[in-house]
Write a protein that binds this ligand. Structure first.
Ligand SMILES: Nc1ncnc2c1ncn2[C@@H]1O[C@H](COP(=O)(O)OP(=O)(O)OP(=O)(O)O)[C@@H](O)[C@H]1O
Length: 473
């Protein structure tokens, strides 16, 4: 490195007054990746909830780094200072306090380059390294007596789902991954066009098609924390505001089963006029449009539902949810992904028959995964799956036959009813006609009717399981 008079040194202290020095933290993180076999002493630590060890360079150790055409030397130093402190009885005592610093030395002629480029490079690299090491967390609402208590509780997200393990048609998967990549790279774009840096997804499809698995895959891919929001545990619109304020940037907010929040719906029916003291659809929409947009950056919101048709159209309006993703029953390409994950095979003589059956019966990836897990031997597992699919096919066939029978029965009923109605209209014209008594609403008379007709007359006009959606509330 030449003689010492041509050298200069930058000192990076651990603290900057009372606040932490960001450059120190970044340098420590960066140096972790520059440890070479020549370094003889390392420091190792592990926080209770972290997965990996943290390895740092011990004081006195030197690390040489190269940046473009220059060479720099890093060294961790530590000085001990004495600090006066007061004891319980008001007396003074001396306390030894360690001050950690990192020194960066280089040739004087590189001063400009180090200050203007190298340090920013170290900051950027440290950010990327921290992002790679980030442990993704799953936050759920703290509760007291079943209701939100004003806090989020977190655990590490140990969900192993990734885009590789997800049974989803490859073109759709690619489209979604490209969309996520584009989204995280577009800070400047969102700023330029004056739009909040947010993205909304609606995942819909039957149970067991992988909606939760997809959310976990997205979180693992982006290294975004998940905030799982259950509407049923929120009492009011103001709850929504406060929970929003306490979520972090670079996170995914998930509102699951948006159509099935039965407790929430019952509470809606209470008819309280104070809009802030209850949770309402308009409160939720305001949240998506306004509050959500004005709070924080780089966030994703995901709604899931098993019944897209039950959602209020206001929720589906363009601009609210940017992308609607249909999680469908398993397809042949989805099956191949599962077979590769679960059995480690990409082909087998039974594949053709299995794939044919998969296109004929509705089977979820969850059902297929369960069958494939039953044996580590590919022949046995695939045989089991084949039996399972054949059974489903038979049930499906039976159900179809019964369905057709029922439909034929209904046709017959309606033919009988319409012929009776025809008689009735004729009888009104001619009161003497004997069919008049058949159409009276006297139960005794109805009892004498052929069974199908009496059933038809006693049925309520609208089906009672008409789903309740936000709209109907
Ligand atoms: N598309 C898929 N790819 C890979 N595995 C899947 C997929 N769908 C389901 N599975 C398997 O089935 C299990 C249940 O699926 P998951 O919970 O993701 O479905 P879901 O659509 O969210 O269901 P629900 O609507 O009941 O919450 C998963 O843990 C996973 O093992």
């Amino acid at each position: 490195m030449g003689n010492s008079s041509s050298q200069m040194t930058i000192i990076i202290d651990e603290n900057n007054g009372l606040s932490q020095n960001q450059m120190f933290e970044a340098s420590e993180v960066y140096l972790r990746t520059k440890i070479t076999p020549s370094v003889s002493r390392l420091k190792v630590s592990k926080a209770p909830r972290e997965k990996n060890f943290s390895v740092t360079v011990n004081k006195g150790e030197k690390i040489i780094d190269a940046f473009e055409d220059i060479q720099v030397i890093w060294q961790v130093t530590c000085t001990e200072n004495q600090k006066k402190s007061t004891d319980y009885e008001g007396g003074f005592s001396n306390e030894n306090v360690e001050r950690k610093s990192i020194e960066l030395s280089f040739h004087k002629e590189h001063r400009e380059k180090v200050l203007s480029s190298y340090l920013s490079y170290v900051l950027e690299r440290a950010k990327a390294i921290k992002e790679e090491d980030k442990v993704v967390k799953l936050y759920s609402l703290g509760r007291f007596h079943g209701y939100y208590d004003g806090s989020w509780r977190s655990v590490n997200l140990d969900h192993p789902s990734t885009f590789d393990t997800l049974a989803m048609d490859p073109p759709l998967k690619k489209e979604l991954m490209d969309d996520l990549d584009r989204f995280v790279k577009r800070r400047e774009f969102y700023k330029r066009v004056g739009k909040a840096w947010k993205r909304g997804y609606l995942l819909y499809g039957p149970p067991g098609t992988g909606k939760s698995s997809l959310i976990a895959a997205m979180a693992n891919y982006l290294k975004f924390h998940i905030y799982d929001l259950e509407l049923t545990s929120l009492l009011s619109n103001s709850d929504l505001r406060s929970i929003l304020a306490s979520t972090a940037n670079r996170s995914i907010l998930v509102i699951e089963d948006i159509d099935c929040s039965s407790d929430f719906q019952k509470r809606q029916a209470g008819g309280n006029n104070n809009v802030d003291s209850q949770l309402t659809l308009s409160g939720l929409l305001n949240f998506i449009d306004g509050l959500w947009s004005s709070c924080g950056d780089e966030r994703i919101i995901i709604f899931t539902t098993n019944h897209k048709d039950r959602l209020d159209p206001a929720l589906l309006r363009p601009g609210r949810m940017d992308i609607h993703i249909h999680m469908s029953y398993c397809t042949p390409s989805g099956f191949k992904i599962l077979a590769s994950n679960y059995l480690g095979i990409n082909n087998h003589s039974m594949f053709t028959e299995i794939e044919k059956l998969i296109t004929e019966v509705e089977v979820t990836p969850a059902e297929i995964a369960e069958e494939l897990m039953k044996s580590e031997d590919a022949d046995t597992a695939l045989e089991g799956l084949l039996n399972y699919l054949h059974t489903k096919e038979m049930e499906h066939g039976k159900a179809n036959v019964e369905g057709e029978k029922e439909a034929r029965g209904k046709e017959q009923e309606s033919e009988e009813i319409s012929s009776l109605q025809f008689c009735a209209s004729r009888s009104r014209e001619d009161p003497a006609n004997p069919t008049t008594s058949i159409l009276s609403e006297d139960p005794a008379t109805i009892g004498k009717l052929p069974a199908t007709v009496s059933r038809a007359l006693s049925l309520p006009r609208e089906s009672s399981d008409n789903p309740t959606s936000f709209g109907t509330l």
